[in-house]
Design a protein around this ligand. Sequence first.
Ligand code: SF4
Length: 208
Amino acid sequence: MTKQTANPFLSLMEIPPGYLNIMGYVDESEVNGPGCRAVVWVQGCHRQCPGCFNPASWSFEINQLIAVDKVAKEILSNPRNTGVTFSGGEPFWQAPALAHLAQKVKAAGLNVMSFTGYTLEQLQSDYAPAGAQALLEQLDILIDGPYVESLALYSPDSPVSSSNQRVHIFNPVFEDKISWASDQIEIHILKDGTRIVTGFRGQMGLSE
Ligand code: SF4
């Protein structure tokens, strides 16, 4: 059973301003959004959806603290990254820092996409997590809604993992660029030999 923190708010307060608590990071993914892009998996999600692809991301405890400036530099240091995707975990629990990161990479010409377990309407409501609006304003694409196992889609024709999820294209440039599919998979071999398996239902699996 993945360890859950009793109070996510207390754990979030342990993240210094200007930092993110992340689960993982890869460059040059082609299965987590349009084109070739970096992916940032944030740490912490309270939903515990049955069949969740990343249960290791549920805990809000500090996993890897990294400065927003450092993540931006990393993303921009690889010219093959034309955008960045925020996944998780729940990106909107760390919305202020991600909005700041999005601003930095967009200023350099990259596009930004995010997954979320919230619906767009919830993110636009009075009950949205802090900073939600600022992050929404930076996004080119949002995939909203939690993963619902009974509605699962594993299809080369579907960019979402369950049929309740929706693709919101805020930037019309991407209208005809929804090219990834929920049944695709990618394996990244890092310099230290660690392998990251990603793509299939947005997962991030680690193995050595
Ligand atoms: S919202 Fe996403 S990360 Fe969170 S439990 Fe559900 S499937 Fe997992």
